[in-house]
Write a protein that binds this ligand. Structure first.
Ligand SMILES: [Zn+2]
Length: 169
């Protein structure tokens, strides 16, 4: 895998596959957002409520959409946070884990309602949580849609670029 960016590279693991996503630091993370860079605590849950959590997220840093096989099937739309910013409040025993490919990324879903409210992966900086922004209760739609979105071309193992087509993601 090419690593064309130097120390200024922000490195993420894709929300859903075991490949590293190299996001250049020049990415316009705060352009066009109108959102102050502030970390807020959001409360999240699966559809049936068996799984509940809270997460500290700065939406001005953006959310992610990936065109890989499982992200597209689940229409998974995460914000990425470090483990210290994620607290599972209920439902650990209600989660089912799905593993594929290198089997290092934990794809978790509620065994009752099937909703995938978060997943756990590994980045070069350690463990990261991908929090499904559609499962956050105290997040206004207006706030969500004005946050920047980083598209990643996971389907083609091309983590430096956005996919050619993003409208379906
Ligand atoms: Zn559920």
């Amino acid at each position: 895998m090419k690593r064309p960016y130097g120390s200024r590279t922000r490195r993420w693991r894709c929300a859903s596959v075991d490949q590293l996503c190299y996001v250049p630091s020049r990415w316009p993370l705060r352009r066009h957002t109108g959102i102050a860079p502030v970390k807020r605590t959001y409360y999240g849950r699966c559809h049936c409520g068996a799984v509940r959590f809270e997460a500290d997220i700065d939406l001005s840093l953006g959310t992610y959409k990936c065109n890989c096989s499982i992200c597209t099937m689940n229409r998974f739309w995460p914000a990425i946070v470090k483990p210290g910013a994620f607290r599972l409040l209920a439902g650990e025993s209600e989660l089912t884990e799905y593993l594929f490919n290198t089997r290092k990324k934990r794809h978790l879903f509620c065994r009752h309602c099937g909703v995938r409210s978060f997943g756990i992966g590994q980045s070069l900086d350690g463990t990261v949580y991908g929090v499904n922004v559609m499962c956050l209760e105290n997040l206004e739609v207006g706030e969500l849609v004005t946050a920047p979105i980083t598209y990643v071309d996971g389907r083609n193992d091309n983590w430096q670029s956005a996919p050619v087509e993003t409208r379906h993601l």
